[in-house]
Design a protein around this ligand. Structure first.
Ligand SMILES: NC(=O)c1ccc[n+]([C@@H]2O[C@H](COP(=O)([O-])OP(=O)(O)OC[C@H]3O[C@@H](n4cnc5c(N)ncnc54)[C@H](O)[C@@H]3O)[C@@H](O)[C@H]2O)c1
Length: 317
């Protein structure tokens, strides 16, 4: 396949790029490096089937040019800093919704017909059915990030109908593993480096969410793509159960080799405005197709991913 990966220098995108190259595909990574890092993909720079374009998705001309000849677009680029955009919803409107519209227009210009989109469980908002399946509604997100993901799903579905495209939309749980650009483990690690005696945890610690190890996430994306052929193929991509925020400090503190750290909870049921405190995903749709993650429960996925992150961060010091 000739693949175009937006956000390919980011956390998940760089792992997806590794896998696509490993399987013999041609890959163009398009990323403005606003959150991603060049060294997450630099090991591919001399590969004949790899090309990196450092540019912004809001640059229509550059985007159309860079996408020429691509057969499938993996659209991962977005603002992933959900706490920052809670204070400035324009970020999600521009870096989520508008950017997705630009990607679809570039696909139309290039006659590229397949799009894979990385959505999120946050489109469900505070769902009253748990675990939550893909056909749950009404979809009432409580964050601007979630609202943008839902808008993106809508505009992609409309493009499929109007331009005869095919889409694979994945509503992710929380993804965890090496090369993080954001997220709770990186946040705790940085806080503990600054002050190894005390750690502030946002919320009361009872928030609980499903986790997916990043290689499993990439595997699930490609599994769904290779094993479903509808016009709009929609999947939850998660694991069984959830991991509680109150259990995260212990794992990070131990992996960093620290002792006697005072854990302080900031209080409240959410970590920040728009934080969905309890999420459980029904993952039977992808599972019934035959997908088997290496780490099938959130506890296994979180533990493996968090230890990998700490190992990676510690080796850089
Ligand atoms: N990490 C998770 O737990 C998680 C959960 C649910 C959904 N997602 C979604 O998966 C996707 C990838 O997430 P991630 O964690 O790898 O995030 P990330 O921030 O590491 O990667 C996003 C990449 O997009 C790039 N980018 C952003 N805006 C751009 C623009 N205008 N033009 C060009 N490049 C741009 C950034 O530089 C970055 O490299 C995102 O769409 C995110 O919303 C992630």
């Amino acid at each position: 396949m000739k693949c175009f990966v937006t956000g390919g220098a980011g956390f998940i995108g760089s792992h997806l790029t590794d896998r696509l190259i490993l399987e013999g595909n041609e890959v163009v990574v398009y990323d403005n490096l606003s959150l991603g890092k060049e060294n997450y993909i630099s090991h591919h720079f001399s590969h004949p089937q790899f090309k990196f374009v450092q540019a912004d998705l809001l640059d229509d001309q550059e985007l159309v040019k860079a996408m020429a000849g691509s057969e499938v677009v993996f659209h991962l680029a977005a603002n992933s800093d959900i706490i920052k955009s809670a204070k400035n919803p324009g970020i999600d409107l521009e870096q989520g919704t508008m950017v997705t519209y630009k990607v679809l227009e570039a696909m139309r210009a290039n006659n590229t017909q397949k799009i894979v989109f990385t959505s999120s469980n946050v489109v469900y908002g505070e769902a009253t059915k748990s675990p939550t399946a893909e056909d749950y509604g009404p979809l009432l997100p409580i964050s601007f990030y979630g609202a943008s993901k839902l808008a993106c799903e809508g505009v992609i579905a409309a493009a499929c109908h109007n331009y005869n495209l095919q889409a694979w939309i994945y509503r992710f749980g929380n993804i965890i593993g090496q090369r993080p650009t954001h997220g709770v483990v990186l946040d705790f690690y940085n806080k503990l480096k600054r002050n190894p005696k005390s750690l502030e945890v946002l919320g009361n610690g009872n928030q609980s969410k499903p986790y997916v190890e990043v290689h499993d996430c990439v595997d699930g994306i490609l599994f769904g793509l290779n094993n479903s052929s509808g016009s709009v193929n929609l999947f939850n991509l998660g694991t069984a159960g959830a991991f509680y925020v109150k259990d995260i400090p212990k794992i990070v503190v131990e992996a960093m080799g620290l002792k006697n750290v005072e854990i302080k909870f900031s209080g409240g049921v959410r970590g920040w405005p728009g934080d969905v405190h309890t999420v459980r995903l029904d993952v039977s749709k992808l599972k019934d197709l035959g997908w088997k993650p290496k780490y099938p429960t959130s506890v296994e996925a979180f533990t493996a991913g968090a230890n990998d992150i700490i190992k990676e961060l510690s080796s850089k010091v």
